[in-house]
Design a protein around this ligand. Structure first.
Ligand SMILES: Cc1cc2nc3c(=O)[nH]c(=O)nc-3n(C[C@H](O)[C@H](O)[C@H](O)COP(=O)(O)OP(=O)(O)OC[C@H]3O[C@@H](n4cnc5c(N)ncnc54)[C@H](O)[C@@H]3O)c2cc1C
Length: 381
Protein backbone atom coordinates (compact mmCIF):
# COMPACT_ATOMS: atom_id res chain seq x y z
CA UNK A 1 0.00 0.00 0.00
CA UNK A 2 1.55 3.27 -1.13
CA UNK A 3 1.12 5.25 2.10
CA UNK A 4 3.10 2.54 3.93
CA UNK A 5 6.88 2.30 3.64
CA UNK A 6 9.39 -0.50 4.17
CA UNK A 7 9.79 0.73 7.76
CA UNK A 8 6.10 0.15 8.30
CA UNK A 9 6.48 -3.38 6.93
CA UNK A 10 9.16 -3.95 9.55
CA UNK A 11 6.88 -2.66 12.31
CA UNK A 12 4.20 -5.07 11.11
CA UNK A 13 6.66 -7.95 11.13
CA UNK A 14 7.70 -7.12 14.71
CA UNK A 15 4.15 -6.82 16.00
CA UNK A 16 2.97 -9.98 14.22
CA UNK A 17 5.85 -11.93 15.81
CA UNK A 18 4.97 -10.45 19.21
CA UNK A 19 1.28 -11.31 18.74
CA UNK A 20 1.94 -14.90 17.68
CA UNK A 21 4.42 -15.51 20.49
CA UNK A 22 2.80 -13.71 23.41
CA UNK A 23 -0.74 -12.53 22.68
CA UNK A 24 -2.49 -15.31 20.79
CA UNK A 25 -1.55 -17.98 23.36
CA UNK A 26 -3.00 -15.69 26.06
CA UNK A 27 -6.07 -14.33 24.29
CA UNK A 28 -8.59 -16.47 26.21
CA UNK A 29 -6.75 -15.77 29.46
CA UNK A 30 -7.13 -12.06 28.78
CA UNK A 31 -10.79 -12.66 27.86
CA UNK A 32 -11.28 -14.32 31.25
CA UNK A 33 -10.31 -11.09 32.99
CA UNK A 34 -6.52 -11.26 33.19
CA UNK A 35 -5.09 -7.76 32.76
CA UNK A 36 -2.05 -8.22 30.48
CA UNK A 37 0.42 -6.04 32.38
CA UNK A 38 3.42 -8.18 31.51
CA UNK A 39 2.50 -8.03 27.81
CA UNK A 40 2.35 -4.23 28.01
CA UNK A 41 5.88 -4.26 29.46
CA UNK A 42 7.09 -6.52 26.65
CA UNK A 43 5.46 -4.18 24.13
CA UNK A 44 7.30 -1.32 25.82
CA UNK A 45 10.60 -3.15 25.41
CA UNK A 46 9.89 -3.69 21.70
CA UNK A 47 8.85 -0.06 21.10
CA UNK A 48 5.26 -1.10 20.34
CA UNK A 49 3.44 0.46 23.29
CA UNK A 50 3.83 4.10 22.29
CA UNK A 51 5.23 3.90 18.75
CA UNK A 52 5.19 7.69 18.30
CA UNK A 53 7.21 8.31 21.48
CA UNK A 54 10.54 9.91 20.62
CA UNK A 55 13.79 8.24 21.77
CA UNK A 56 14.33 10.78 24.57
CA UNK A 57 11.18 9.36 26.16
CA UNK A 58 12.04 5.73 25.61
CA UNK A 59 10.18 5.17 22.33
CA UNK A 60 11.17 4.41 18.73
CA UNK A 61 10.06 7.79 17.32
CA UNK A 62 7.82 6.17 14.71
CA UNK A 63 4.53 7.61 13.43
CA UNK A 64 0.75 7.15 13.49
CA UNK A 65 0.86 4.69 10.63
CA UNK A 66 3.04 2.51 12.85
CA UNK A 67 0.56 3.05 15.70
CA UNK A 68 -2.32 1.94 13.45
CA UNK A 69 -0.42 -1.18 12.35
CA UNK A 70 0.17 -2.13 16.01
CA UNK A 71 -3.51 -1.73 16.93
CA UNK A 72 -4.70 -3.60 13.82
CA UNK A 73 -2.46 -6.61 14.46
CA UNK A 74 -3.10 -6.71 18.24
CA UNK A 75 -6.83 -6.53 17.51
CA UNK A 76 -6.68 -9.80 15.58
CA UNK A 77 -5.73 -11.71 18.72
CA UNK A 78 -6.92 -9.52 21.61
CA UNK A 79 -9.11 -6.42 21.23
CA UNK A 80 -8.72 -5.93 25.02
CA UNK A 81 -4.97 -5.51 24.70
CA UNK A 82 -5.34 -3.41 21.55
CA UNK A 83 -7.67 -1.03 23.41
CA UNK A 84 -5.47 -0.72 26.50
CA UNK A 85 -2.43 -0.09 24.32
CA UNK A 86 -4.02 2.50 22.02
CA UNK A 87 -5.37 4.53 24.92
CA UNK A 88 -1.95 4.56 26.54
CA UNK A 89 0.23 4.95 23.47
CA UNK A 90 -1.88 7.12 21.24
CA UNK A 91 -4.29 9.13 23.40
CA UNK A 92 -2.59 9.56 26.78
CA UNK A 93 1.04 9.69 25.69
CA UNK A 94 0.08 12.18 22.97
CA UNK A 95 -1.87 14.45 25.32
CA UNK A 96 0.94 14.69 27.87
CA UNK A 97 3.58 15.05 25.15
CA UNK A 98 1.74 17.91 23.43
CA UNK A 99 0.13 19.63 26.43
CA UNK A 100 1.86 18.48 29.63
CA UNK A 101 4.13 20.63 31.79
CA UNK A 102 7.85 19.79 31.79
CA UNK A 103 7.39 18.18 35.24
CA UNK A 104 4.65 15.88 33.91
CA UNK A 105 6.64 14.92 30.85
CA UNK A 106 9.73 14.14 32.89
CA UNK A 107 7.81 12.12 35.43
CA UNK A 108 5.54 10.10 33.14
CA UNK A 109 6.36 9.93 29.44
CA UNK A 110 9.18 7.40 29.56
CA UNK A 111 7.27 5.25 32.03
CA UNK A 112 4.22 5.23 29.74
CA UNK A 113 6.26 4.41 26.63
CA UNK A 114 8.11 1.53 28.28
CA UNK A 115 5.11 0.06 30.08
CA UNK A 116 6.60 0.72 33.50
CA UNK A 117 3.38 2.64 34.25
CA UNK A 118 -0.22 2.21 33.12
CA UNK A 119 -2.57 5.10 32.39
CA UNK A 120 -6.29 5.70 31.94
CA UNK A 121 -8.34 8.31 30.09
CA UNK A 122 -11.15 9.33 32.44
CA UNK A 123 -13.87 11.38 30.74
CA UNK A 124 -17.16 9.39 30.91
CA UNK A 125 -19.36 9.53 34.01
CA UNK A 126 -22.58 7.93 35.26
CA UNK A 127 -24.49 11.06 34.25
CA UNK A 128 -23.07 11.36 30.83
CA UNK A 129 -20.98 9.61 28.24
CA UNK A 130 -22.20 10.94 24.89
CA UNK A 131 -22.95 14.35 26.41
CA UNK A 132 -19.43 14.72 27.80
CA UNK A 133 -19.80 18.52 28.10
CA UNK A 134 -22.22 17.86 30.99
CA UNK A 135 -19.72 16.03 33.26
CA UNK A 136 -20.16 16.61 36.99
CA UNK A 137 -16.74 15.78 38.44
CA UNK A 138 -15.53 19.05 39.97
CA UNK A 139 -12.14 20.64 40.54
CA UNK A 140 -11.81 23.68 42.80
CA UNK A 141 -8.90 25.67 44.20
CA UNK A 142 -7.85 25.33 47.84
CA UNK A 143 -4.56 26.37 49.43
CA UNK A 144 -2.79 26.90 46.11
CA UNK A 145 -3.80 23.44 44.83
CA UNK A 146 -6.67 21.84 42.97
CA UNK A 147 -9.07 19.44 44.70
CA UNK A 148 -10.90 16.97 42.44
CA UNK A 149 -13.99 14.93 43.39
CA UNK A 150 -16.42 12.87 41.34
CA UNK A 151 -17.13 9.50 39.75
CA UNK A 152 -15.84 8.30 36.39
CA UNK A 153 -17.43 5.31 34.70
CA UNK A 154 -16.32 2.74 32.08
CA UNK A 155 -12.67 3.64 32.45
CA UNK A 156 -10.39 1.27 30.48
CA UNK A 157 -7.39 0.24 32.65
CA UNK A 158 -9.15 2.05 35.50
CA UNK A 159 -8.51 -0.88 37.85
CA UNK A 160 -4.75 -0.87 37.36
CA UNK A 161 -3.76 2.64 36.30
CA UNK A 162 -0.89 4.48 37.96
CA UNK A 163 -2.03 7.69 36.27
CA UNK A 164 -5.51 8.99 35.34
CA UNK A 165 -6.08 11.80 32.87
CA UNK A 166 -9.17 13.27 34.51
CA UNK A 167 -11.52 15.79 32.92
CA UNK A 168 -13.25 17.91 35.57
CA UNK A 169 -15.55 20.90 35.77
CA UNK A 170 -13.77 24.13 36.69
CA UNK A 171 -16.71 26.49 36.24
CA UNK A 172 -20.49 26.55 36.19
CA UNK A 173 -22.43 23.63 34.64
CA UNK A 174 -24.13 26.04 32.20
CA UNK A 175 -20.72 26.83 30.72
CA UNK A 176 -20.56 23.19 29.58
CA UNK A 177 -17.49 22.49 27.39
CA UNK A 178 -16.00 25.93 28.12
CA UNK A 179 -15.49 25.12 31.81
CA UNK A 180 -13.72 21.76 31.82
CA UNK A 181 -10.02 21.24 32.63
CA UNK A 182 -7.74 18.22 32.11
CA UNK A 183 -5.67 17.01 35.07
CA UNK A 184 -3.10 14.25 35.56
CA UNK A 185 -4.08 12.47 38.79
CA UNK A 186 -1.75 9.87 40.30
CA UNK A 187 -3.15 6.77 41.89
CA UNK A 188 -3.34 7.24 45.65
CA UNK A 189 -5.65 7.05 48.65
CA UNK A 190 -8.09 9.48 47.04
CA UNK A 191 -8.77 7.06 44.14
CA UNK A 192 -11.04 4.01 44.50
CA UNK A 193 -11.59 1.75 41.47
CA UNK A 194 -14.09 -1.09 41.23
CA UNK A 195 -14.47 -3.57 38.37
CA UNK A 196 -17.36 -3.66 35.88
CA UNK A 197 -18.55 -6.97 34.39
CA UNK A 198 -18.67 -6.70 30.59
CA UNK A 199 -19.94 -8.71 27.62
CA UNK A 200 -16.55 -8.42 25.90
CA UNK A 201 -13.23 -6.63 26.34
CA UNK A 202 -13.00 -8.49 29.62
CA UNK A 203 -9.26 -8.12 30.07
CA UNK A 204 -9.32 -4.34 29.76
CA UNK A 205 -9.47 -3.58 33.50
CA UNK A 206 -12.54 -1.40 32.89
CA UNK A 207 -13.68 0.23 36.11
CA UNK A 208 -15.74 2.76 37.93
CA UNK A 209 -13.28 5.25 39.42
CA UNK A 210 -14.22 7.39 42.42
CA UNK A 211 -12.12 10.46 43.17
CA UNK A 212 -12.42 11.96 46.64
CA UNK A 213 -10.72 15.30 47.17
CA UNK A 214 -7.66 14.40 45.10
CA UNK A 215 -5.10 17.18 45.58
CA UNK A 216 -3.12 18.12 42.48
CA UNK A 217 -0.74 20.99 41.74
CA UNK A 218 -0.73 23.39 38.81
CA UNK A 219 2.04 21.32 37.24
CA UNK A 220 -0.54 18.53 36.84
CA UNK A 221 -2.85 20.63 34.67
CA UNK A 222 -2.76 19.72 30.97
CA UNK A 223 -2.98 22.71 28.67
CA UNK A 224 -4.94 25.70 29.88
CA UNK A 225 -7.58 25.86 32.59
CA UNK A 226 -11.07 25.55 31.04
CA UNK A 227 -9.69 24.21 27.74
CA UNK A 228 -9.74 20.53 28.75
CA UNK A 229 -12.78 19.57 26.69
CA UNK A 230 -10.91 20.51 23.52
CA UNK A 231 -7.97 18.34 24.63
CA UNK A 232 -10.36 15.43 25.19
CA UNK A 233 -11.77 15.84 21.67
CA UNK A 234 -8.25 16.10 20.23
CA UNK A 235 -7.26 12.83 21.93
CA UNK A 236 -10.50 11.16 20.85
CA UNK A 237 -9.72 11.93 17.20
CA UNK A 238 -6.58 9.79 17.56
CA UNK A 239 -8.67 7.23 19.45
CA UNK A 240 -11.15 7.10 16.58
CA UNK A 241 -8.37 6.43 14.11
CA UNK A 242 -7.28 3.56 16.37
CA UNK A 243 -10.81 2.15 16.53
CA UNK A 244 -10.79 2.07 12.71
CA UNK A 245 -7.54 0.08 12.82
CA UNK A 246 -8.93 -2.23 15.51
CA UNK A 247 -12.10 -2.85 13.49
CA UNK A 248 -9.94 -3.74 10.49
CA UNK A 249 -7.91 -6.21 12.55
CA UNK A 250 -11.00 -7.86 14.04
CA UNK A 251 -12.59 -8.18 10.58
CA UNK A 252 -9.47 -9.66 8.98
CA UNK A 253 -9.19 -12.23 11.73
CA UNK A 254 -12.89 -13.16 11.62
CA UNK A 255 -12.68 -13.65 7.87
CA UNK A 256 -9.51 -15.73 8.15
CA UNK A 257 -11.29 -18.05 10.59
CA UNK A 258 -14.42 -18.26 8.42
CA UNK A 259 -12.48 -18.93 5.22
CA UNK A 260 -10.54 -21.70 6.93
CA UNK A 261 -13.78 -23.27 8.18
CA UNK A 262 -15.72 -23.15 4.90
CA UNK A 263 -12.72 -24.52 3.00
CA UNK A 264 -12.69 -27.71 5.07
CA UNK A 265 -16.34 -28.18 6.07
CA UNK A 266 -18.49 -30.35 3.79
CA UNK A 267 -22.30 -30.30 3.47
CA UNK A 268 -24.63 -31.68 0.80
CA UNK A 269 -21.69 -33.42 -0.87
CA UNK A 270 -19.75 -30.20 -1.39
CA UNK A 271 -17.40 -27.93 0.47
CA UNK A 272 -19.18 -24.93 2.00
CA UNK A 273 -16.81 -22.67 0.07
CA UNK A 274 -18.36 -23.95 -3.17
CA UNK A 275 -21.76 -22.39 -2.40
CA UNK A 276 -22.06 -19.04 -4.13
CA UNK A 277 -23.93 -17.40 -1.23
CA UNK A 278 -21.04 -18.35 1.09
CA UNK A 279 -18.47 -16.92 -1.32
CA UNK A 280 -20.46 -13.72 -1.74
CA UNK A 281 -20.82 -13.27 2.02
CA UNK A 282 -17.05 -13.50 2.44
CA UNK A 283 -16.23 -11.38 -0.60
CA UNK A 284 -18.61 -8.64 0.56
CA UNK A 285 -16.80 -8.33 3.90
CA UNK A 286 -13.36 -8.51 2.30
CA UNK A 287 -14.28 -5.74 -0.11
CA UNK A 288 -15.32 -3.50 2.78
CA UNK A 289 -12.11 -4.40 4.63
CA UNK A 290 -10.08 -3.14 1.67
CA UNK A 291 -11.98 0.19 1.80
CA UNK A 292 -11.45 0.49 5.56
CA UNK A 293 -7.76 -0.28 5.18
CA UNK A 294 -7.42 2.54 2.65
CA UNK A 295 -9.23 4.99 4.95
CA UNK A 296 -7.31 3.95 8.10
CA UNK A 297 -3.84 4.28 6.60
CA UNK A 298 -4.65 7.44 4.68
CA UNK A 299 -6.03 8.96 7.90
CA UNK A 300 -2.86 7.96 9.76
CA UNK A 301 -0.77 9.50 6.99
CA UNK A 302 -2.74 12.72 7.42
CA UNK A 303 -2.01 12.66 11.16
CA UNK A 304 1.69 12.21 10.37
CA UNK A 305 1.64 15.05 7.82
CA UNK A 306 -0.29 17.45 10.08
CA UNK A 307 -3.05 17.59 7.44
CA UNK A 308 -6.13 19.51 8.68
CA UNK A 309 -8.46 16.96 7.07
CA UNK A 310 -7.26 14.37 9.61
CA UNK A 311 -10.11 15.12 12.04
CA UNK A 312 -12.79 14.43 9.42
CA UNK A 313 -11.16 11.25 8.15
CA UNK A 314 -10.69 9.95 11.70
CA UNK A 315 -14.48 9.98 12.12
CA UNK A 316 -14.92 7.99 8.92
CA UNK A 317 -12.26 5.49 10.00
CA UNK A 318 -14.08 4.94 13.32
CA UNK A 319 -17.54 4.66 11.81
CA UNK A 320 -16.64 2.32 8.97
CA UNK A 321 -14.08 0.29 10.96
CA UNK A 322 -16.51 -0.39 13.79
CA UNK A 323 -19.38 -1.30 11.46
CA UNK A 324 -17.05 -3.61 9.58
CA UNK A 325 -15.94 -5.35 12.80
CA UNK A 326 -19.52 -6.01 13.90
CA UNK A 327 -20.70 -7.19 10.48
CA UNK A 328 -17.61 -9.32 9.84
CA UNK A 329 -17.85 -11.17 13.16
CA UNK A 330 -21.58 -11.77 12.68
CA UNK A 331 -20.98 -13.09 9.16
CA UNK A 332 -18.10 -15.28 10.32
CA UNK A 333 -20.12 -16.75 13.17
CA UNK A 334 -23.03 -17.52 10.83
CA UNK A 335 -20.74 -19.26 8.34
CA UNK A 336 -19.13 -21.29 11.11
CA UNK A 337 -22.42 -22.58 12.52
CA UNK A 338 -22.45 -24.17 15.97
CA UNK A 339 -18.66 -24.18 16.18
CA UNK A 340 -18.59 -20.40 15.72
CA UNK A 341 -21.00 -20.00 18.62
CA UNK A 342 -18.95 -22.21 20.93
CA UNK A 343 -16.30 -20.82 23.22
CA UNK A 344 -13.80 -23.09 21.46
CA UNK A 345 -13.85 -20.69 18.51
CA UNK A 346 -11.88 -17.45 18.46
CA UNK A 347 -14.76 -15.81 16.57
CA UNK A 348 -17.02 -16.17 19.64
CA UNK A 349 -14.71 -13.82 21.57
CA UNK A 350 -14.25 -11.44 18.64
CA UNK A 351 -18.06 -11.23 18.19
CA UNK A 352 -18.43 -10.04 21.80
CA UNK A 353 -15.43 -7.73 21.61
CA UNK A 354 -16.43 -6.19 18.26
CA UNK A 355 -19.64 -4.58 19.53
CA UNK A 356 -17.88 -2.10 21.81
CA UNK A 357 -16.23 -0.45 18.81
CA UNK A 358 -19.63 1.00 17.82
CA UNK A 359 -20.08 2.45 21.33
CA UNK A 360 -16.81 3.66 22.84
CA UNK A 361 -14.67 6.60 21.70
CA UNK A 362 -18.07 8.16 21.00
CA UNK A 363 -21.16 6.18 20.02
CA UNK A 364 -21.50 5.98 16.25
CA UNK A 365 -24.47 8.36 16.30
CA UNK A 366 -22.15 11.03 17.73
CA UNK A 367 -19.55 10.19 15.10
CA UNK A 368 -22.18 10.61 12.38
CA UNK A 369 -23.11 14.01 13.85
CA UNK A 370 -19.46 15.03 13.67
CA UNK A 371 -19.15 13.84 10.07
CA UNK A 372 -22.23 15.89 9.15
CA UNK A 373 -20.85 19.01 10.87
CA UNK A 374 -17.39 18.71 9.32
CA UNK A 375 -18.84 17.96 5.88
CA UNK A 376 -20.94 21.15 6.12
CA UNK A 377 -18.07 23.24 7.49
CA UNK A 378 -15.05 21.97 5.56
CA UNK A 379 -16.71 20.39 2.51
CA UNK A 380 -14.21 17.54 2.88
CA UNK A 381 -16.30 15.64 0.37
C1 LIG B 1 -15.77 -1.32 27.59
C2 LIG B 1 -15.85 0.18 27.62
C3 LIG B 1 -14.67 0.91 27.72
C4 LIG B 1 -14.73 2.31 27.80
N1 LIG B 1 -13.57 3.03 28.00
C5 LIG B 1 -13.65 4.34 28.30
C6 LIG B 1 -12.49 5.07 28.73
O1 LIG B 1 -11.38 4.52 28.82
N2 LIG B 1 -12.64 6.38 29.07
C7 LIG B 1 -13.83 7.02 29.00
O2 LIG B 1 -13.89 8.19 29.33
N3 LIG B 1 -14.96 6.36 28.58
C8 LIG B 1 -14.89 5.05 28.24
N4 LIG B 1 -16.02 4.36 27.85
C9 LIG B 1 -17.28 5.06 27.80
C10 LIG B 1 -17.81 5.24 26.39
O3 LIG B 1 -17.07 6.20 25.71
C11 LIG B 1 -19.30 5.61 26.52
O4 LIG B 1 -19.98 4.42 26.92
C12 LIG B 1 -19.89 6.16 25.25
O5 LIG B 1 -19.35 7.43 24.97
C13 LIG B 1 -21.43 6.28 25.33
O6 LIG B 1 -21.81 6.94 26.49
P1 LIG B 1 -22.91 6.30 27.45
O7 LIG B 1 -22.52 4.90 27.72
O8 LIG B 1 -23.09 7.20 28.62
O9 LIG B 1 -24.22 6.24 26.59
P2 LIG B 1 -25.36 7.37 26.48
O10 LIG B 1 -24.73 8.70 26.38
O11 LIG B 1 -26.35 7.11 27.56
O12 LIG B 1 -25.98 7.01 25.08
C14 LIG B 1 -26.68 5.78 24.87
C15 LIG B 1 -26.99 5.65 23.41
O13 LIG B 1 -27.89 6.71 23.03
C16 LIG B 1 -27.64 7.07 21.71
N5 LIG B 1 -27.33 8.52 21.65
C17 LIG B 1 -26.71 9.29 22.57
N6 LIG B 1 -26.61 10.54 22.16
C18 LIG B 1 -27.17 10.60 20.93
C19 LIG B 1 -27.37 11.63 19.96
N7 LIG B 1 -26.94 12.89 20.18
N8 LIG B 1 -27.97 11.30 18.79
C20 LIG B 1 -28.41 10.05 18.55
N9 LIG B 1 -28.24 9.03 19.43
C21 LIG B 1 -27.64 9.30 20.60
C22 LIG B 1 -26.47 6.21 21.19
O14 LIG B 1 -26.99 5.08 20.51
C23 LIG B 1 -25.80 5.78 22.47
O15 LIG B 1 -25.09 4.55 22.33
C24 LIG B 1 -15.97 2.97 27.72
C25 LIG B 1 -17.15 2.21 27.59
C26 LIG B 1 -17.09 0.84 27.58
C27 LIG B 1 -18.40 0.07 27.54
Amino acid sequence: MSVLTEEHDLVRKTVVEFVERYVRPNSRRIDSGWYPLELLREMGRLGLLAPTAPPEYGGPGADYRAQAIVVEELGRASPSLATIAEIQGSMNFGLIYRHGTEELKERWLERLATGEAVSAFALSEPCCGSDAAAIETVAYREGGEWRISGTKLWITSGLYADLYLVFARTGRPEERHRAITAFAVERGDCVAASPIALMGLRGSGTAEVKLSECAVGDDQVLGQVNRGFYLAMEAINYGRLSVGALGLGIAREAMAEAREYVARRRAFGRQLSEFQSVRHAIAGVLSRAVSVRLVVYETARMADAGDAAFAAYAQVAKLEGSRLAVDATRTAMQLMGGYGYSTDSHVEMLYRDAKITEIYEGANELVLDRIYTLAERDRFI
